[in-house]
Design a protein around this ligand. Structure first.
Ligand code: SF4
Ligand code: SF4
Length: 328
């Protein structure tokens, strides 16, 4: 229904969206989270029970050890810190000299049983990419739940005390997500550099907080964001807006081109959004891929072409968007 009104993403490209050599392994450890944010594309919440099994965790550790081409292991969820496999995967990746990213909601540090996480991350020099969708309390609490802003500020102050955002080996980045649109007055995600300066000035002046970079991430119409857009009859207009702002210069830099996204069952996707939409990655001969198959074939580079859909316009609108912020 939606795709008939929007140009198929493939038709917008001059050539097939091919995969480059895989250098990033993004692992989604599961769907449990201490929060239940309105924009969550994973539809995570405290009630979800899905998480990595010991068997898949062991296979992933084998992959991390076996393939030196992997430069970065990116741990996400849910709240990755509360899910099975977090520490073994982080330690296996650090032991082989890889960068480890933890996508943190910050408030997990205040949950019982997870108070040690900041010290743990500092000890293993894990890079923390933390969600803070606005630097003002009411906007954050509206998107993420009451009290989340205060908890996040305390967590950032704690991380700064440990050296995060200051020590070159303790990188602390923040993520900005716009609010999910509620009217047809759509706008592109704000300019990353300018917003980063605004965040830096405000957080330093009001809370004495410093951080490394700010990443702005466009809301893709996937998961809860899609649900909210459909509820307001804005799904199709939003896709149309994103298509109108398609920027061909972003295509070269799309994150799906050099990453594998793995779900808690060990299935392989081109990115986390495709994972949430159940659109698996395919080999040259059209077969789906699992972590076991990667080990069996001895190659991470089995994919010729990235699987795309209309929501890919979210990654290519304006300056582009990825888990590492704007693309150009
Ligand atoms: S957006 Fe992040 S913090 Fe919020 S519910 Fe989803 S996984 Fe949890
Ligand atoms: S959603 Fe974005 S990252 Fe995923 S396949 Fe589409 S363009 Fe690539």
């Amino acid at each position: 229904m939606i795709q008939t009104a929007v140009t198929p993403f493939k038709n917008k490209l001059n050539s097939a969206l091919t995969k480059k050599q895989i250098t990033v392994l993004q692992i989604n450890l599961g769907k449990r989270c201490n929060l239940a944010c309105t924009h969550c594309h994973v539809e995570a919440s405290p009630k979800r029970t899905e998480e990595l099994s010991p068997e898949i965790c062991d296979q992933l550790i084998e992959i991390i050890r076996k393939f030196p081409q992997i430069q970065t292991v990116d741990l996400t969820g849910g709240a990755p810190e509360m899910l099975y496999g977090f520490k073994p995967l982080a330690e296996a990746a650090r032991a082989t000299g890889k960068e480890v990213i933890v996508r943190s909601n910050l408030t997990i540090y205040w949950e019982k049983g997870f108070e040690d996480i900041p010290e743990y991350c500092a000890k293993h020099q894990l890079r923390i990419i933390a969600s803070l969708p606005c630097y003002q309390a009411d906007n954050v609490d509206k998107m993420r739940g009451s009290g989340v802003f205060d908890g996040s500020i305390l967590a950032l102050q704690n991380l700064n005390q440990l050296g995060y955002g200051k020590d070159a080996n303790l990188v602390l980045d923040l993520v900005y997500n716009p609010q999910v649109p509620t009217t047809e007055k759509f706008s592109l995600t704000p300019e990353q550099g300018k917003l980063e300066r605004d965040y830096q000035v405000y957080l330093a002046a009001h809370f004495g907080i410093c951080f490394n970079q700010l990443f702005t991430i466009t809301n893709l119409p996937v998961g809860r964001t899609k649900f909210h857009l459909e509820h307001k009859k804005l799904h199709q207009p939003y896709l149309g807006f994103l298509e109108d702002n398609f920027n061909p210069n972003t295509v070269e830099h799309l994150m799906c081109r050099n990453e594998l996204s793995i779900d808690y069952l060990g299935n392989v996707y081109d990115c986390d959004f495709n994972q949430m939409e159940n659109r698996p990655a395919k080999t040259r001969t059209g077969e789906t891929i699992t972590v076991a198959k990667l080990l069996e074939t001895g190659s991470l580079d089995l994919i010729q072409e990235v699987q795309t859909a209309a929501y890919c316009y979210g990654c290519t609108a304006g300056s582009g968007s990825s888990c590492g912020g704007t693309l150009i």
